[in-house]
Design a protein around this ligand. Structure first.
Ligand SMILES: [Zn+2]
Length: 148
């Protein structure tokens, strides 16, 4: 019987190099501007630098500058925001301040708004409630199920 020449075995497909880490799927700084203001305002309040009323006055002054962006928050209402911000989400003010600082850094880097786990965009709805969150709601839930 004819000797079938063993076909030269195809070279194993070269293992693809690990895909480069995709750039953080964050929102551009311009888009993050209203969250920047929210974070800054909260930071000042938590630090006790200025009273809430002063912050609001300042916010009003800045609205001229960021009127378009801020307008998307109008229907939410700041009272609602304050409640959501303080109830059950953060253990203490120091933690909150740290998270806020990190979030502000992420805005500078352009990585703000991207989930640190899955790199998907965190919904703006969620960011309005927890502007310093690092995870989308799905990953947050998973994390809560598997502590540590
Ligand atoms: Zn995620």
């Amino acid at each position: 019987m004819p000797i079938k020449k063993a076909k030269a075995s195809k070279p194993a497909p070269a293992a693809k190099p690990a895909p480069p880490k995709p750039p953080p799927n964050g929102m551009p700084r311009r888009e993050a501007a209203p969250f920047f203001e929210l974070l800054k305002a909260k930071q000042r309040i938590l630090r006790g630098d200025i009273s809430h009323m002063e912050t609001e006055a300042m916010q009003r002054g800045k609205q001229e500058h960021a009127a378009q962006d801020i307008s998307s928050f109008a229907d939410l209402g700041t009272d609602n925001f304050d409640q959501e911000f303080t109830i059950g989400l953060i253990e203490n003010e120091e933690d909150a301040l740290r998270e806020i600082e990190l979030a502000l850094e992420r805005i500078q880097e352009g990585s703000y708004g991207a989930c640190e786990t899955c790199n998907k965009r965190v919904s703006k709805e969620r960011l309005r409630v927890i502007p310093f969150t690092r995870h989308c709601i799905e990953c947050q839930r998973k994390e809560e199920k598997t502590p540590g």
